[in-house]
Each structure stands twice: as structure tokens, then as C-alpha cells.
Design a protein around this ligand. Sequence first.
Ligand SMILES: Cc1cc2nc3c(=O)[nH]c(=O)nc-3n(C[C@H](O)[C@H](O)[C@H](O)COP(=O)(O)OP(=O)(O)OC[C@H]3O[C@@H](n4cnc5c(N)ncnc54)[C@H](O)[C@@H]3O)c2cc1C
Length: 538
Amino acid sequence: MSTLPQPLSTDRSELLRRLAEPVQYDIAIVGGGATGLGVALDAAVRGLRVVLIDSHDFAEGTSSRSTKLVHGGVRYLAQGNIALVREALHERTLLLQNAPYLAQPLPFVMPTYHWWEKPFYGAGLKMYDLLAGRAGLGSTQLLSREQTLEQLPTLLSLGLKGGVKYWDGQFNDARLALVLARTAALQGALLVNYCRATELAYENSKVAGLVCEDQLTGQTLHVRARCVVNATGVWVDELRQKDGAAVPGRSDGVTPAIVAPSQGVHMVVNREFLDSNVALMVPKTADGRVLFAVPWLGKVILGTTDTPRHDLAREPLPFAEEIDFILRESARYLRRAPLRSDVKSVWVGLRPLVKTTKDEGNNTKALSREHTILVSRSGLVTVTGGKWTTYRAMAEDVLAKCAQVNLIPASRSGVTKNLCLMGVGEPPALIRPIFEAPGWHSYGLEQDFIRSLPGATDEMCPGLTEGMVRFAARYEYAVTAEDVLARRARLLFLDARLASDLAASVGKILQEETGYDPQIDDFKILADQYLLKYDKNL
Ligand SMILES: Cc1cc2nc3c(=O)[nH]c(=O)nc-3n(C[C@H](O)[C@H](O)[C@H](O)COP(=O)(O)OP(=O)(O)OC[C@H]3O[C@@H](n4cnc5c(N)ncnc54)[C@H](O)[C@@H]3O)c2cc1C
């Protein structure tokens, strides 16, 4: 029988009251995506006094918009980046082990159309198996034409020679982020969303804290901390440049940007288009890109793109060319070509790729996908880049760097390697596939607790009950309809029309629970964007 901790209340007035207390934190983290949350959890487990703030909701940036793969990175293997692949494969195992209800193994099939592709890709993927060693999830298999069609029944058979099957993992990114936040809170960290870091505070030219602003009331708060970590993803340059202006690191006083954002678009269609629990992976499309069709939470994700961008929009729009690329390439592989009218949701994420100072970032495929940690003259620690899969290892690297420059005491690493996250229980239990549409399985063992809340089983739509919305408001930091429908229930990503239709009823419950404006109209506008309704020409 697994034991489970009682969920902690995320009542906002209490969180803000604590944030306003004159506490000297060991570490203050700006940014509540995969990177910042990973650091917060690791630091809290080490016994440090931790505070984390995010200007928006947790995972509202890039961390809810990934392809949802827990992967070693077959692509990086092709680039010869063995160390990166080995580390990611190791981290893949830990993630699947520590959050089994949010992450699971996933088989992929790469169809082949030329005689040389099967031995070529087969050899590469056998190497992937070798690098994984005991962390392997299944052996790479060479498939005949018939076997390939058995695995992917909706694959077009014209010209098909066979396929290669290999294993990686997939996960529910935004829910994992929330579970990291809640696990860190359970370890004593204070985490507050909708609280923006507006300025850094200094003592003797060293960073000594933050000035932040509650985005819902406009209240200004001061946070004192020995170490400040800037984990703001594609937005890291904003704080870096403020810091550079306050304590110049270079004689010309200029702090060059390090992030070259690259946009990735995903599109969601109904499960029938793939009709399999096996993902399709095309390593080289007609124009040399990668295409995935991945079963996820009862639907199929198609994507992605890698397009340089020069702005840092919170809700970037897809380019018409990106939509055409995904639909056109999907039609080359799937028996039923998805049309624009089949699309249930389109979302866009920005990759925080790190450039060298001379690089203007126009060729994003060549930029580093590893993470970068920098310490400024004032002691501001900036971390960006990397990927979701390696969030835990990144957190260890960040804390090692902070200790190396004497911002925090040195301590043993590896403390989160076997740390089960909220909803898992001790010993770990409940392994459930996330191929199914969202529902009780999304909560792991906490579903029993949710069943005790008012309206626990009153369904608002299949898989979302009134009790789940109350749980989101009371224990998962949710304030707005978007918080619930985009990142807790995932409906905005799966079916934006349905999400829009539910906004008013979800908002009503949230307002009852929190007293804050659930911002229903804003959410409906956003849902229209995810349905590509803003531009008839797209
Ligand atoms: C299209 C795409 C597909 C991907 N697919 C995968 C995948 O399948 N598997 C994988 O492992 N990785 C994948 N990645 C990579 C992964 O998603 C990212 O590396 C990761 O999410 C980055 O997390 P982050 O915390 O650094 O950034 P973010 O998630 O963007 O978090 C930064 C946070 O900082 C906050 N912030 C910004 N400014 C301030 C401020 N002044 N004050 C307070 N808060 C602030 C933001 O609101 C935001 O929440 C993908 C990335 C993209 C773009």
C-alpha cells in the first residue's frame, strides 16, 4: 500500500503573505518552467531556503508547449553528440521512474522507402540502444513492410519497404511542471505564480535579491536572497541586460543577448489519423526536416517546425508556411490527409537556443541544444537552453555552479534521483498509460483525495469534473480559466473549441474558490488563436 502526503493549500493570499515576510532566502529563482522548477526542487531537498516566482502561470512559457517526448535525442546522435545523448537517456529512465503516471515508454516506427534506409537507421538506433545500456526501454527492431503496417495501420503503403522500431518516452509536460512545483513546496520551498521579477536588488554591487510585482494586484514585494537564479527561458536576456546595466561586466557596458529563439509549431488531430499507440517518426522530410505523429492523451500531435524568430512573444502565432509544412508532410505519410478543418488545436513554443556572441541565430538547427550556465560579475546566475528531459541534471549543474562561486554552501548532489513526485506515493505505484484522454489517471494516486472534494464526480466534459477544477484552485495554484483548461486539464492543447465552450463554467467555479477574475474573455480569444481563427488566410 503506497502512502501519500496530504496536498498543501496554494491559497494565494497566504502565498503572498509569506512572500512579503522579511526572510533571507538561500536561493531565489526567477522562472517557473522546467528549468526553474527543477532547481527549486533540488535546492529544497538539499535543505536550502528556496523561493521561486513566475510572472505568469507555471509552465505557461515553453514548458507546456513541447513535443512531449522524454528522449535521448536520436537527432543529436546523428550529430555525434554522444555525451548529450547518454545523459538524456539516463535522465529519461529517472523521469519514467519518478513520475510513472505522467511519463511512459513509447515505441516509434520510422518507415523506410529505400533499400539503404533500414540498415542505415537500424545501425544508428542499435547504437542508441547500446548507449542506453540498462536504461534501454526496448530493443530496436527492423520491420518488414507488413510488420510496419501492423504497427502503423494508417501509414500510406505506396513505396513502403519496411521500417525501424525504437523506443523513447513521452510525458504530460505541464502537469509534470505542476507536480514539480507542488513537490518543491512540500519540501519547504515557497512558489508564487503571477509574480514578476521587475528589478534585481544589489548590495555592494552583488545581487542580493529581487523586486517583484504581483501581477493580479500590482503589489510590490521585496525578496532577499544570497543567490538569484535567472531561469526565464527565452526571456533570460531581459534580466541579464538589466544586471549588465547595473554592474557592467564589459567596458562598453553592453550585455549581448545569448538567446536565439526558434519557434516550433504543433498541431493536434483526432486519434483516427494514426490509430495506434506507436508514434510515427520521419527523420528526413522532403525538405530535410523531422516529422512526428505522436499519440498523446487520446489525440495525435503532428509536428514540429524549427523557425528562427526575432521577437519573444508570449503567444507566438504560427507562420502560414509552418502550417502548410505540417499538413503537407503529414499527407505524404498518412492514409487520410489531415485538413485544416480537422485541426483541433495549434500551439507554438519558443526554443531557448543559445548562440555565441558572433552568431545572429539565423541557422537555428546549428545552435546549441545543451544548456548554458553563466555567472555575471554581480553574481546573477543565468541558466537557459537544454530540454525538458534533462531538467533534473540541469538543476544539479546549476546548484554545482552556485556552490562553486560560493553563493550557496556545497552539498551532495543526486538527491532527486530517486525522489518520487506528488501523486506517485512511496513506494511508487500506479503505472497508467497516458495514451488515454485526460481523466482520473492524470492525478496518479491523488485521485482518491479529489474524489472527496465537492462535485468530485460531476462531469463538465469527459475527463474533467467540478472536483478537479476545485482541486486545481485549492492545491494546484490555478487562478484563471486558462490555467485550468490549458495546463491542468490540457484541453486547450487537445480540443480548443471544447476548451472555449467550458471556459465560463470553469471560470465560475474558480471565482467561487479564489475570488479572482478568471479572465474568461481573454481565454476565449486565446482559444480562437489555437483554432487558427484570427486569420482567414492562414
Ligand atoms: C517546440 C518545442 C518542442 C520541444 N520538445 C521537447 C521534447 O519533446 N522533449 C524535451 O525534452 N524538450 C523539448 N523541448 C525543450 C523544452 O520544452 C524546453 O527546453 C524547456 O521547456 C525550457 O524550460 P525553461 O524553464 O527554461 O523555459 P520556460 O518554460 O519558458 O520558463 C521560463 C519561465 O520564466 C518566466 N519568466 C520570464 N520572465 C520573467 C520575469 N521577469 N519574472 C518572473 N518570471 C519570468 C516565464 O513566464 C516562464 O514561465 C521543446 C521545446 C520546443 C520549443
